[in-house]
Design a protein. Structure first.
Length: 371
């Protein structure tokens, strides 16, 4: 099954997440300058240029975002994956011991606690079942019976990830690896299943993937997945990106590599937890600065028109650009291997920017890996 695998959803890789996000009354984010006082010092690249995949540090890319050659070929060839195959299966909440399922009533959000603006009270969340697909890309280079490196992607199916790997693996620009793209559990933000899974500051989601998803992947796809954390990566956009870092942060014995698009390193955790009262804002506020360096390699992107305070919580902890800038700063201070890209003319989880940078981002996070 090496040829003619068609993905009708290629133009909406994150559609399941985007469709569920509340859109009403959300102001247009302002355009931020990468040279704003307080932002990290970054290397300005010529328009159209991208950072070298082996370079740590901060970079600014220009406003023109042409697809990388690997992804341009994917579009030109009618979205086929000539160098791999895809397996899809379904999971339900009835099978899960860790996520029995919740949802927030449509058209509702929550109310900031009058005594604590960093805490959102949600009264319309209740138990509800979920059903989701898991889509697995298996490269033709996979040797049956061998233990493969892999990358876990949130808000699946991430066909752009599959296309990038399909081009990069034969060119030996990244290790041969399996991609596991997991659909979210529904809804968005506080009180939803997606928000519970992606925004909660704990190891639960990584534990769910480990105990419930990966065994099914091995069974359904007929593959074996490495137990070596250096051969495991996680990626996502928005809250899915926060989730990727959360997976590695709370379980560095499971994941060492993180790829983040417009990471939601903001105060969006629910239920409120006094151990991390500011949710993922804590990454740059306290967790990274006050912890010993973990064995995590991270690639991050944010756009100049990324989200800014898109809800009623006026807690000064809902600026996506600032959150990513501050994360880059504390990663540098702790001497992490990281690459941070500030993209001009780019919105939240910006598709043209992803098309331009995805291959380079994958090359960066897999630097140093030896199979």
């Amino acid at each position: 099954m090496k040829r003619l695998i068609l993905f009708a959803c290629v133009s909406t890789c994150l559609a399941s997440a985007q469709a569920n996000r509340p859109q009403a009354n959300r102001p247009q984010p302002p355009t931020r300058s990468p040279h704003t006082p307080g932002y990290v010092h970054a290397t300005q690249l010529p328009d159209g240029a991208i950072p070298p995949p082996g370079a740590d540090g901060n970079f600014i890319i220009g406003p023109t975002h042409k697809p990388a050659p690997a992804l341009a070929a994917f579009a030109a060839e009618n979205h086929t994956l000539p160098n791999g195959r895809v397996v899809t299966f379904t999971m339900t909440s009835a099978e899960s011991k860790l996520y029995p399922g919740i949802m927030r009533d449509p058209g509702t959000f929550g109310t900031p606690d009058p005594h604590n603006p960093a805490k959102l009270d949600v009264s319309t969340s209740h138990p509800a079942p979920w059903k989701r697909t898991v889509t697995v890309y298996i490269p033709s280079t996979y040797q049956p019976g061998s233990f493969s490196p892999f990358i876990v992607s949130q808000d699946g199916p991430d066909t752009m990830l599959f296309a990038a790997l399909d081009a990069l693996i034969p060119a030996r620009r990244v290790p041969s690896q399996i991609a596991i793209s997991i659909q979210n559990g529904g809804g968005d933000a506080q009180g939803s299943e997606r928000g519970l899974e992606y925004d909660t500051m704990s190891g639960r989601y990584a534990e769910w993937v480990e105990s419930e998803v990966l065994p099914r992947v091995e069974k359904e796809a007929g593959v074996r997945l490495t137990r070596d954390p250096d051969g495991r990566a996680a990626t996502g956009g928005s809250s899915g990106a926060a989730c990727a870092l959360i997976m590695a942060w709370y379980h560095p014995e499971l994941y060492h590599r993180v790829l983040s698009w417009s990471g939601t390193f903001v105060n969006q955790q629910w239920p409120w937890n006094p151990a991390t009262p500011h949710g993922a804002w804590a990454f740059h506020e306290s967790l990274i600065p006050k912890s010993l360096r973990k064995p995590i390699r991270i690639w991050m992107e944010v756009g100049d028109r990324d989200l800014y305070n898109p809800n009623s919580m006026l807690d000064n902890m809902h600026d996506w650009v600032l959150a990513n800038e501050r994360t880059a700063r504390v990663l540098a201070a702790k001497h992490y291997h990281y690459q941070f890209v500030f993209a001009e003319n780019a919105a939240h989880v910006d598709r043209p920017t992803r098309e331009q940078l995805y291959p380079e981002a994958l090359e960066y996070i897999w630097q140093g890996y030896r199979q």
